[in-house]
Design a protein around this ligand. Structure first.
Ligand code: NAD
Length: 285
């Protein structure tokens, strides 16, 4: 069996061009260009890298991006006040809180203070509720980006048995909702799941997001399964690898996403897509 590598960089580039065209038309029609506000608290090195990437992507597509950086000791009320101001700032369409937040912050309180129409990460209970009820509005970026990637490769997942490994609020849970919406039968697994390998063996498609390098082995999967690797793990030598033992999937999986260059670029692109959508649908002019 030939294993096809799904090139997230290539697909993201193609979709970027579509967004650029839409921005050009907005400008021509004297409409506002979309604005993204990013709030980063603390000193997490990975977070700083992700924020830089988002800023670069905004610049490339001609979006406005504004970044607020704070030290760990900033008072939570100041962050809540800033979010309130951004909620009513009509040049800003999307508000993003870079995760993880330092432990001294109430994550739920902060995330829930973002207006759902500006919640371009799709994490607000209102937006998750809409996805749950099959009426999606702003949807979490990584799962949405994965669905788009599968669509671009013309992979028909309707009726497939999907096994999701990892059940976080940002990837695993919304991923299972997206797959349900697409007509998959879903099994969501996590660190307490018994007989994980039994579930994996039955899967037509596996999405893994657990943050454990080379966890998923080729010998565990059904021949022809589709493998989506969300994991980002930095090794001591600086190399970035996923949660999948990539080499062991050769001639066993039908499709696989590489790390880097698979899911990651789709996540960033989807963030911009959500910001544009928020601008077009919710805060016109
Ligand atoms: P998380 O730590 O919030 O959740 C991890 C999940 O994995 C939990 O539900 C846990 O129960 C499960 N898990 C842990 N060990 C397990 C095991 N042995 N078997 C089954 N389940 C197990 O993580 P997260 O925020 O969802 O991120 C997961 C990974 O995905 C990380 O490497 C992160 O960097 C990466 N990530 C990548 C992107 C991207 O765009 N590519 C986006 C978000 C997260």
């Amino acid at each position: 069996m030939l294993t096809r590598i799904m090139n997230g960089n290539k697909i993201a580039l193609k979709l970027e061009k579509k967004i650029k065209k839409k921005i050009k038309i907005r400008k021509k029609n004297k409409k506002r260009i979309p604005g993204l506000a990013v709030i980063i608290i603390g000193n997490n090195i990975s977070s700083k890298i992700y924020v830089k990437k988002k800023k670069k992507a905004c610049k490339k597509l001609g979006f406005i991006s504004k970044i607020w950086k704070f030290k760990n000791n900033i008072h939570e009320n100041k962050i809540l006040k800033l979010i309130q101001n951004l909620n009513y700032n009509n040049t800003i369409d999307g508000i993003l809180i870079q995760l993880p937040l330092p432990n001294n912050f109430n994550l739920t309180k902060i995330m829930n203070s973002i207006l759902p129409d500006k919640d371009i990460d799709g994490f607000h209970p209102y937006n998750i509720g809409c996805l749950c009820q099959k009426k999606p509005k702003l949807r979490p970026c990584t799962p949405q980006g994965i669905i788009k990637l599968l669509k671009e490769y013309k992979i028909k997942i309707k009726g497939m048995h999907a096994v999701i490994i990892g059940a976080s609020n940002i990837v695993g849970r919304p991923m299972s909702l997206e797959l349900l919406l697409k007509g998959c039968t879903t099994t969501t697994t996590h660190k307490f799941t018994k007989n994980l390998k039994k579930h994996i063996k039955n899967a037509d498609i596996i999405i893994i997001a657990i943050g454990k390098p080379k966890f998923l082995k080729g010998k565990w999967i059904k021949k022809g399964a589709i493998i989506i690797d969300v994991g980002i793990n930095k090794l001591k030598n600086g190399k970035i690898i996923g949660d999948v033992d990539f080499k062991s999937m050769k001639n066993k999986a039908s499709y696989i996403t590489p790390v880097p260059g698979g899911v990651g670029p789709m996540t960033v692109l989807t963030l911009l897509k959500n910001t544009l959508k928020a601008c077009e649908k919710y805060h016109e002019n």
